[in-house]
Design a protein around this ligand. Structure first.
Ligand SMILES: Cc1ncc(COP(=O)(O)O)c(C=O)c1O
Length: 434
């Protein structure tokens, strides 16, 4: 007798192509908080949060109410045809929250990739220069410009070229595997100074509109630059009149214990992109930036039919209330401290963990076969994730080598669920490490 999940899996394999990947075989019938329930009743602890989308938890009652409330009034007018308050209220709130004492403006789109596309359109328009500098290990999405800015070839780029022109890629502050062979802090953050060399060997600043960076590289392996990195990078951008776009699609909306991850580095980016957890699971992305830049593209130059959908905007207003007024951002910070403590003790116990890094509850464990050679433990990472899934813990990997375990659980996870999840992870690390 095949069960419901197997039936659905067969249907999926027959009717849906393999390209839209699945990291597990689970089919979900309902989810609440940090728990997802499979169609046959299996309960999973969710340490993946729909790839960083469920920071406030599955089906948070306030998000559900905001969705219902708006859907009962109207679902779509198209902001370009007839405007509505959730769009402008949310824009005003994000402008207030984003770092920088200068005036800001926000527009909305549907996905992270679309936010990146719009940010690039805006900076090119404003600077009237084509070049965009991005980074090794970056991930910015799957549309053509966003994919061109993305670093990892397999699976994101292989076979999909040609890519967008005028994209230049330089090394990032990946201290564990320093791309220029130095060691922090003796290096004096030479990887940021590298930008000035890059202007000689790759692209002139006079031909460059912007630098785009993730504060913590997400898909790239939760790579977390040292405190001095972004202040230095921003200074060089300012010196050459380049815009700095900070892509907070994965790291934003409270993921690092602050609403914007870049707040940890104390800089004021020109433009920030947000998506994922912004609307608690509803499709929505935001582009927030200096008003003088955001407002330059001509009327009709930016937009989209669904962009800033009222149901999504209302859900996002609820997410902001939960994080900022109900104390969930504070809880995220505490959760981050607990996780860092627990993961650091796992690092001490298990040789396979080469490095623990991240900020707040955005934590990655880079797994290596040997702490000296740092050979990526690729197969072991796959095995750990698969074994955890068999024990009902859903985890994701990331990293250019696929050897980083990333933790993206909802902040509403209960202490008991957290303990259970960490116990499964530790037991599995023990099995694979020995
Ligand atoms: C930093 C970053 N930018 C952009 C994207 C693309 O977002 P989306 O999948 O919503 O297009 C992602 C997705 O993982 C991301 O992590």
């Amino acid at each position: 007798m095949i069960n419901q999940e197997e039936k659905l899996r067969m249907l999926r394999n027959e009717h849906v192509p393999q390209g839209p990947f699945n990291t597990t075989t689970a089919f979900i019938k309902e989810a609440v908080g940090a728990i997802m329930v499979g169609v046959d009743g299996r309960e999973y602890i969710d340490f993946a949060g729909g790839i960083g989308v469920n920071n406030v938890g599955h089906c948070h009652p306030k998000v559900v109410a905001a969705i219902k409330n708006q859907a009962e009034k109207f679902i779509h007018t198209c902001f370009h045809v007839a405007m509505y308050s959730p769009y402008v209220d949310l824009a005003a709130k994000l402008n207030e929250l984003a770092p920088g004492s200068f005036p800001k403006m926000t527009m909305f789109a549907n996905s992270g990739a679309e936010a990146v596309e719009n940010a690039i359109k805006i900076v090119r328009y404003v600077k009237n220069r084509p070049g965009i500098i991005c980074f090794e290990n970056a991930f910015h999405g799957r549309t053509y410009m966003a994919m061109s800015l993305t670093s990892k070839i397999k699976p994101y780029k292989l076979g999909f070229g040609p890519f967008a022109p005028e994209v230049y890629r330089m090394p990032f502050a990946y201290c564990y595997r320093c791309p220029i062979g130095l060691a922090y802090p003796k290096c004096d953050i030479a990887c940021a100074d590298y930008l000035e060399k890059f202007f000689i060997t790759h692209v002139a600043p006079e031909a460059t509109a912007a630098v785009i960076a993730e504060p913590i590289q997400g898909e790239g392996g939760f790579i977390t630059p040292p405190p001095e990195y972004f202040p230095k990078l921003k200074k060089i951008c300012d010196k050459y009149d380049l815009a700095l776009i900070i892509d907070e699609v994965q790291s934003g909306s409270g993921r690092t214990g602050k609403f914007f991850a870049i707040e940890h580095w104390g800089i004021e980016p020109d433009i920030i992109t947000l998506a994922k957890s912004l609307a608690g699971g509803m499709p929505l992305s935001a582009i927030t930036g200096r008003a003088e830049m955001m407002n330059q593209p001509h009327v009709g130059g930016l937009g989209g039919t669904y962009s800033g959908n009222p149901v999504s905007c209302n859900a996002a207003l609820a997410v902001l209330e939960i994080l900022m007024e109900d104390g969930l951002l504070k809880r995220a910070e505490e959760l981050g401290n607990t996780l860092m403590e627990r993961c650091t003790s796992l690092h001490e116990k298990y040789e396979i963990i080469g490095e623990v890094r991240g900020k707040g509850p955005m934590i990655g464990l880079e797994l290596v076969r040997d702490r000296e050679t740092k050979e990526p433990a690729v197969e072991e990472t796959k095995k750990i994730i698969q074994r955890c899934f068999e024990k009902d813990l859903i985890l994701l990997s990331c990293g250019s080598f696929g050897n980083v375990i990333r933790i993206l659980m909802p902040f509403v996870i209960t202490d008991a669920q957290l303990e259970k999840g960490l116990a499964i992870l530790e037991e599995t690390l023990h099995e694979v490490n020995s």
